[in-house]
Design a protein around this ligand. Sequence first.
Ligand code: SF4
Ligand code: SF4
Length: 442
Amino acid sequence: MAKTFKGGVHPPEAKVTAELAISGIELPERVIIPLSQHTGAPSVPIVKVGEKVLVGTKIAEADGFISVPVHASVSGEVKAISDYPHPLGRAMPAIEIESDGKNEWIDLSDWHDLTDASPDRIRQAVRGAGIVGLGGAAFPTHVKLSPPEGKSIDTVILNGAECEPYLTADHRLMLEHPDEILEGLRVIMRVLGARRGCIGIERNKPDAIQKMNEALGGENAIEVLDLKVKYPQGAEKQLIKAITGREVPCGGLPMDVGCLVQNVGTAYAIYEALKFGKPLVERVLTVSGCAAKRSGNFLVRIGTTFAHVVDKAGGMTEDCAKVIMGGPMMGIAQHTLGVPVVKGTSGIVLLSEAEISLEEPGPCLRCGACVDHCPMRLVPNEIARLVEKGHVKAAESYGLMDCMECGVCAYVCPSKINHVHLIKVGKSEVIARRKKESKKEG
Ligand code: SF4
Ligand code: SF4
């Protein structure tokens, strides 16, 4: 039986781009590279307006341990360092570079293969390349590769589930770069001293399961595991539960149960950084949805605007009603196509009017569907009700902060209640309160 977890849903998969090979996209005339496109402190600019840069030039330095540097993704001239629209919703500082059209890279000819280097050298190189989790969370990878003393990792899991509808970027990477992904996994295992490696792939990608198994060739320490097709199968805690049977405690981390989860795209980026010295200046993403005139999987430079990607992919239909960064379940709705592709952009989904619900939310019918399907075993209706009434502390005691905002509760709700919106509001209140309290204590 395929491995899985309790709860979740199976929305229509809509993976119409699964058979479309990754292709390049015409380079943009300018890129907008945000200083904050990872979890942690924003990077600090180290270039000035008017300065010439090459592809791969470091343009901003990491600010602290939980931060990464940022690199130029086109060759050209720095035009401005200012606030620009950001896919997370508000304007944020970014570096604008006007391309010279030459696509000239930094000189990597002297690079020495670091895939066999010491763990510390590898962590340093991964950090230097600006690598973050490419599944969407964008957590700095070198931090994950540096568990604190007393925490040991015995199992590294590569996430190839790609359970969000429409998205197929990871699927294509597994088909087109299985050896590189495996090499990335071996490096991660070696750095952490992990004895077991797993690649979890949903059963709706039999070709990727086969490809990864062929590349593996019977290597004992690593196995490819097929997972039930269910959302959110690719969420860290659900993946760990499905593959190892271990439960990450509330408020805990995968390392608390000896696991580390990385996206297959991250393993690929680690390989490229160590083998060739390539910083993270581009990523694969899916353009899809009924309002996309042409869907596909594209290798896109970081900082390229959504407008450019959508235009070069083939444009969008007139009835496009919603643009989402990421998948439709957990992605973020965009108010402008002027936002740039960031390291965590796994897809641009263009939904038509027919694909979105315009129904107004109704009253809770107490049907229990949201409770039955919540993969975190929370009581979403109660949490949402408490936040709506302003009782955020009470919502906290119901596990508000354990919600991973997967959207399953809203998806199954017959009254179209937007639990996730209310939960986000509640969470930001809790975070603001905690900050205030820790300032007082400090
Ligand atoms: S309460 Fe949170 S974790 Fe549970 S289904 Fe809703 S969004 Fe997902
Ligand atoms: S699914 Fe919707 S209607 Fe049913 S209990 Fe949950 S919030 Fe209420």
